[in-house]
Design a protein around this ligand. Sequence first.
Ligand SMILES: C[S@@+](CC[C@H](N)C(=O)[O-])C[C@H]1O[C@@H](n2cnc3c(N)ncnc32)[C@H](O)[C@@H]1O
Length: 300
Amino acid sequence: MERQAKPFVKWAGGKGQLLADIRSKYPTELGKRIDKYAEPFVGGGAVLFDVLNNYDLREVYISDVNRELIHTYTTIRDNSGALIAALADMERAYNAPNADRATIYYNARERFNSLKLADSNGVELAALFIFLNRTCFNGLYRVNRKGEYNVPQGKYAKPTICDADNLRAVSEKLQRVTAVCGDYKLSRNFIDDHTFAYFDPPYRPLTTTANFTAYAEGGFDDSEQASLAKFIDDIATKGAYFTASNSDPKNYDERDDFFDALYCQYTITRITATRAINAVGNGRGRVSELLIARPHDRIL
Ligand SMILES: C[S@@+](CC[C@H](N)C(=O)[O-])C[C@H]1O[C@@H](n2cnc3c(N)ncnc32)[C@H](O)[C@@H]1O
């Protein structure tokens, strides 16, 4: 049996736990008449891999503004052998008895930043990206004003750094995937009436102090949420199917109709997710989130 591919990084806002809800919004003709898939805010790609594992598609397009993330996707696609060898070396060194893990981690972070700032596109940058994701605090990706990755070391007893079987499965699934580093709007020409697109932008913060948008350089404010809604209108008018995720402002303010107004011509489903929430201390809590979709049975 063909091995199923799964996300190769832990990613803020990862959709693994919501797959069943999101699947229920896939158009019924996916894999048949709808034979193209686009995921313009791909992140860790939980939905991407679910779609690649379960449907035969003619063309797939992914993008993200995080250059090192997209570089890692293309390295896995085009050079998985060298990447796996580099990660296996890193795992051996980090998990060796008596390893000085803090020194290994902070040296790796410094090396990653020098390659990142030099716009490297080598295998080493991708290997360090995965190494840091597996060994840093909570799998976070955060950069300072100078663009340097600055997440501290995490405390995992024996982290898996090189999951060779999954990287091979991911490589296989990515063979026919176009991966673009850049803004979601670059997907406009790809998306047509044979396309299903899933949009998972940085969430609108639930409170003014919550900072959920620090994925890469740049943020995503209300005017950008509105531009995205306009972009989605344009592709839906072209005949594309879509599903979009976002936070539900009504968790904190029942009167906040921001998304209900922006997406009033679509179906909005409220689902429950478990998230780390500042407002309940350091704990995790259950919150409502939005799934916005074009009704499957209605031509716009
Ligand atoms: C909520 S995360 C996606 C999480 C993903 N669904 C998963 O399962 O891991 C949002 C992603 O959008 C990217 N992003 C932010 N602004 C963007 C833009 N203007 N165009 C494309 N990607 C963007 C971020 O780098 C981040 O990876």
